[in-house]
Design a protein around this ligand. Structure first.
Ligand code: GLN
Length: 241
C-alpha cells in the first residue's frame, strides 16, 4: 500500500514536471493601441498589423504572446522597468532611441505627413507650418521633427485621435502624423485631407532591452522566418493592400 502511494506520488511529480516543461514560453509585449492599422482597438480587442505579426513570430518561436496596451511615451520606460520585454508600436528606430534600447531589423518604412482641413491650401509643405498651430502626439517622431522647427505653435496630444478632433474643431491648423495612420484617420473622418508634403522616411522596428541579446536574436529569427515563408507579405497585403 505504502509502495503504491509512493508510485502515485512519483507519477504525479513526473506529470507536473513534464507539464511545466511543456508550458509555452510567454513573451510580454507592450504596444499603444491608437495607431491604426498597426495597432488599434476593435470591440475592445487589440488588433492590427503589428499585433498579428507579433503573434506570427510567436508561432515560429512556439511562444505565447501577451500584449499590454499603454501610453506611447510609457512604452520604453515599461521596457526598461521590465514590465514588458518587447515593444511593438509602429515605433521608429531613431538614433535617440537606439541609445536606450535595441531594435530588430526594420519591418516597415513610413514617413511623416501633414493633415489639414479639406480645402486648406495654405499648408503644402513642412515650411508652411511656420506661424501655424500644429498638433503632434507626445513623444512621437512627428513631435521631434516639429519641435526642431522655428516659429511653430505646437500643441501636444496624448493620442492621435485627440489631435484629429482638435483639428476638426479648428483648435489647430494641422496635425503631423505617420503616413499610414494619417490616411486611416482621413478616411474615417470627413472634411480632412493630407497636404502634399513628404518628409524623410523612417523605419519601424521591434524594440527590446539593450542587453537582451537572446530575445533580440529570437525575434530576428522569427522575422526572417515570416518574411521567408510568405506570412509577412500576406499581412502587408491584408493591411496595406
Ligand atoms: N512612428 C512614430 C514614432 O515612433 C509613431 C509611433 C506610434 O505612435 N505608435 O514616434
Amino acid at each position: 500500500m505504502k509502495k503504491m502511494l509512493k508510485n502515485v506520488l512519483v507519477g504525479l511529480m513526473v506529470l507536473s514536471l513534464s507539464s511545466l516543461a511543456m508550458a509555452k514560453e510567454k513573451i510580454y509585449v507592450g504596444t499603444n493601441a491608437e495607431f491604426p492599422p498597426f495597432e488599434y482597438l476593435e470591440k475592445g480587442e487589440i488588433v492590427g498589423f503589428d499585433i498579428e505579426m507579433m503573434n506570427e513570430i510567436g508561432k515560429v518561436l512556439d511562444a505565447d504572446i501577451k500584449i499590454q496596451d499603454m501610453a506611447f511615451d510609457g512604452l520604453l520606460p515599461a521596457l526598461q522597468m521590465k514590465k514588458v520585454d518587447v515593444v511593438i508600436a509602429g515605433m521608429t528606430a531613431t538614433e535617440e532611441r537606439q541609445k536606450m534600447v535595441s531594435f530588430t531589423q526594420p519591418y516597415y518604412t513610413a514617413s511623416q505627413v501633414i493633415i489639414v482641413k479639406e480645402g486648406n491650401n495654405s499648408i503644402k509643405s513642412f515650411d508652411d507650418l511656420k506661424g501655424k498651430r500644429v498638433g503632434v502626439m507626445l513623444g512621437f517622431t512627428g513631435d521631434v521633427i516639429v519641435s526642431d522647427m522655428e516659429g511653430v505653435k505646437i500643441e501636444r496630444y496624448n493620442a492621435a485621435y485627440a489631435g484629429i478632433m482638435a483639428l476638426k474643431a479648428d483648435k489647430i491648423d494641422a496635425v503631423v502624423l505617420d503616413s499610414e495612420p494619417a490616411e486611416n484617420y482621413v478616411k474615417q473622418n470627413s472634411g480632412l485631407q493630407i497636404a502634399e508634403a513628404e518628409s524623410a522616411q523612417e523605419k519601424y522596428a521591434i524594440a527590446v532591452r539593450k542587453n537582451d541579446k537572446e530575445l533580440l536574436e529570437k525575434l530576428e529569427n522569427g522575422l526572417n522566418e515570416i518574411k521567408a515563408n510568405g506570412t509577412y507579405d500576406k499581412l502587408l497585403k491584408k493591411y496595406f493592400n
